[in-house]
Structure formats: structure tokens, C-alpha cells
Design a protein around this ligand. Structure first.
Ligand SMILES: [Cu+2]
Length: 184
């Protein structure tokens, strides 16, 4: 778990100082768009795609209502594309941090939740289920109470850098009180 923590700190600082890099990427994207327009004008046909848009959606999303601390978000990740999509991270205004969790047996054989290694892989044309007792999104350090009827927006980050937002309505749920093997 120490390794994971160190990794996320590195990722964070990388994000902080990569503003310039991002601005450069935006300029490049603008340049590509111009190139695509020119291509279309010259050839009279649509340009080949220069960037693929992630074809990921989240169906039947919901989040477990909670007063404070942490809570789980669930739903079905649906991949309409023809290549696998990997969710590598998530964030939300409703929490300090959002982790990708899985359930696994600890050294005593008890089922505990922990950060998943390598993200959630949604197969091409397939689904990936997030549910109580299984894989889930863990919102940690809630910034306020999540009450039944509230809607929480969560942003998924994909391996290719694209972002997918979805809304999760909050509801009361008695389960999903898994023990956390976070080691911190
Ligand atoms: Cu969890």
C-alpha cells in the first residue's frame, strides 16, 4: 500500500506541473483540427479520425448515502467501442479522493476491499460491473453528507487520458460496509 501511496503522490505532482504540457497539447489538438479541415477541403471527403473519443458510458449508476467519511459508488460500465477501455482513476467534487476498489481475501481469509491493481478494464463491446461486495468506486473524505435523492457527479479518467462524467443518484443501502485494507 505504501507503493500505491507514493505512486499517487507522484501522479499528483506530475499533474501540477504539467499545465504547460497540457496547453501545448491543446494547441496541438487545435492544429490537428485545422489539418483535418484542410484535408476535407482538398479531398472532398471526411478526414480519418485523428483522436478517438472514449465510448464509455455508465448505466444504472448510484451511490450509497452517507453522512461523512467514505462511501461506495456503483453501476455498469459499458464499452460501445471496438477496443478495451481501462479506467485508471476517478474524482468527484463530493470527496477528497476517489479510489478504484476490488474485494479480495486478506491474509486471514477475510474479504476486504483494497485498491485495484491496473484499473478497471472494460472489454470492447462489453461491460464491467461495479456492485456492493464487488468492484466499486470508493469516495473517501466526503466533503459533505450524501443524502438520499442527492446526485453526485463522478469523473472517470481513462488510460488514454480521456475523461467520462456520470451522475450517480444517492440512495439508502444497508450493505456495502466492507472492511478497508487500505493500510492507512
Ligand atoms: Cu472500497
Amino acid at each position: 500500500m505504501n507503493t500505491t501511496f507514493r505512486f499517487s503522490r507522484t501522479a499528483f505532482s506530475r499533474t501540477a506541473f504539467s499545465r504547460t504540457a497540457r496547453a501545448a497539447a491543446l494547441l496541438t489538438a487545435a492544429g490537428l483540427a485545422l489539418t483535418a479541415c484542410n484535408y476535407e477541403e482538398e479531398r472532398g471527403e471526411a478526414a480519418p479520425p485523428t483522436a478517438e473519443v472514449a465510448q464509455l458510458s455508465v448505466e444504472e449508476a448510484w451511490i450509497k448515502a452517507a453522512e461523512d467519511g467514505m462511501t461506495g459508488a456503483f453501476g455498469t460500465l459499458v464499452n460501445d467501442g471496438d477496443r478495451d477501455l481501462v479506467v485508471t482513476g476517478a474524482s468527484s467534487d463530493a470527496a477528497d479522493e476517489v479510489e478504484l476498489h476490488e474485494m479480495a481475501a486478506d491474509e486471514h481469509g477475510a474479504m476486504v476491499m483494497r485498491e485495484v491493481d491496473g484499473g478497471f478494464t472494460v472489454p470492447a463491446g462489453g461491460e464491467y460491473t461495479l456492485e456492493p461486495g464487488g468492484n466499486h468506486l470508493m469516495l473517501m473524505g466526503l466533503t459533505g453528507p450524501v443524502q438520499p435523492g442527492d446526485t453526485v457527479t463522478i469523473e472517470l479518467k481513462l488510460e488514454d487520458g480521456s475523461l467520462v462524467d456520470f451522475e450517480a443518484p444517492a440512495k439508502d443501502f444497508a450493505g456495502a460496509n466492507e472492511n478497508y485494507d487500505g493500510g492507512h
